[in-house]
Design a protein around this ligand. Structure first.
Ligand SMILES: Cc1cc2nc3c(=O)[nH]c(=O)nc-3n(C[C@H](O)[C@H](O)[C@H](O)COP(=O)(O)O)c2cc1C
Length: 337
């Protein structure tokens, strides 16, 4: 059977994506100062839902106030956040899409003016960001690691209670868990640093806990296939991490970039600038793999799918610009039957 953009995809627990198009998490800066969903947030996602995508991810949302990166970032750190998040999940479902929400503690990329706390990181190493000098964080203690794990689990529980189908762990773009995986930002001397096995320990523990306590919640990881930064994570590392996470029950690999950031690398041309990275992970795992990066047209998506380079295609900015137009140009309405 030829797979194209309109081919449904079956997922565990009888869930089904009506097509292969996904809106990736994109920060909308619409929450209030305490991370609560506002009318603006609801309108923003109502608009995105008009794209006809099979799966829509809500943007990166902080698991704890110490891991907040921007003033109008969404939060999933308090019980009070649940009411607004439920409304978001409902409106996405009403459009016929499955709904996901991305969770994060931005670690050494936090804005300490917002958090009012010291900057916390895997190691006392500033996160390298092209063209910027970030503050050097304090290395968190083993006790704090246990707390961090609890925040992730509690946030995932809220995502489930709000009615989302997927929770996504943000382990890409130099945020939070990417800092734990990368040798550039994790040089701890204990069991959470050093070897790849140690650097991936926290991520594996979080995945294990979520799967144990929330078995019905689908789990996606947004991770790099490589850091795209000198001295950072390499493809052979991330293939091993992917296999370990698959064994722990991850349901979807959403492959983006690492510390080098999500933007198009200089000199690259054409649609799907990170699709070759998704393909590298797809070579080793069996669960669905999603690719991203400058994808604009249904025709390009059909080509990636038929070449078996990915299973799902994320379309960010092209949908953000005009969701309805994108739907008209690219979605076969028969897939909505
Ligand atoms: C305004 C904006 C906000 C973004 N926020 C997030 C985010 O919250 N989490 C994330 O993982 N990626 C985020 N990204 C990256 C996108 O998910 C996506 O990977 C990137 O835009 C490349 O895809 P595209 O070329 O289809 O837009 C953001 C991108 C944009 C343009």
């Amino acid at each position: 059977m030829t797979i194209d953009r309109n081919t449904p995809l079956s997922l565990p627990f009888g869930k089904r994506l009506r097509n292969r198009i996904v809106v990736p998490p994109m920060a909308s800066q619409t929450a209030d100062g305490q991370g609560y969903v506002t009318e603006k947030t609801l309108n923003h996602y109502q608009r995105l839902a008009e794209s006809g995508a099979g799966l829509i991810f809500v943007e990166y949302s902080y698991v704890h106030s110490s891991g907040k990166g921007e003033p109008h970032q969404l939060g999933v750190s308090e019980e009070g956040h649940l009411v607004g998040l439920k409304r978001l999940a409902d409106l996405l479902h009403k459009s016929g899409a499955l709904a996901g929400l991305q969770i994060v503690h931005v670690g050494g990329k936090a804005d300490t003016r917002l958090t009012g706390e010291p900057l916390w990181g895997a190691s006392a190493l500033a996160v390298p960001v092209k063209g910027m000098n970030l503050e050097t964080p304090q290395e968190i203690t083993l006790l704090q690691i246990q707390e961090l794990k609890r925040w992730y689990l509690e946030a995932a529980r809220r995502v489930y209670q709000a009615g989302f189908d997927f929770v996504e762990l943000h382990m890409a773009h130099g945020y939070g868990l990417n800092q734990w995986l990368s040798p550039l930002t994790n040089q701890r001397l204990d069991s959470y640093g050093g070897s790849l096995e140690n650097r991936s320990r926290l991520v594996r523990e979080i995945v294990k806990e979520i799967k144990l306590h929330l078995p019905q919640l689908l789990l996606s990881v947004r991770m790099p296939a490589q850091d795209h930064f000198p001295g950072g994570l390499e493809v052979q590392d991330m293939k091993r991490v992917a296999l370990a996470l698959q064994a722990l029950g991850v349901d979807l690999f959403d492959i983006s970039s690492g510390i080098g950031g999500w933007r198009r690398p200089e000199g690259s041309r054409g649609e799907g600038y990170l699709v070759s990275d998704a393909e590298l992970i797809k070579q080793v795992v069996e669960v669905p793999v999603m690719g991203v990066g400058g994808i604009q047209s249904g025709a390009a998506i059909d080509q990636f799918l038929s070449q078996k380079r990915l299973d799902l295609a994320a379309v960010g900015r092209a949908i953000l610009e005009n969701p309805q137009q994108w739907r008209q140009n690219n979605i076969n309405e028969r897939s909505f039957a």
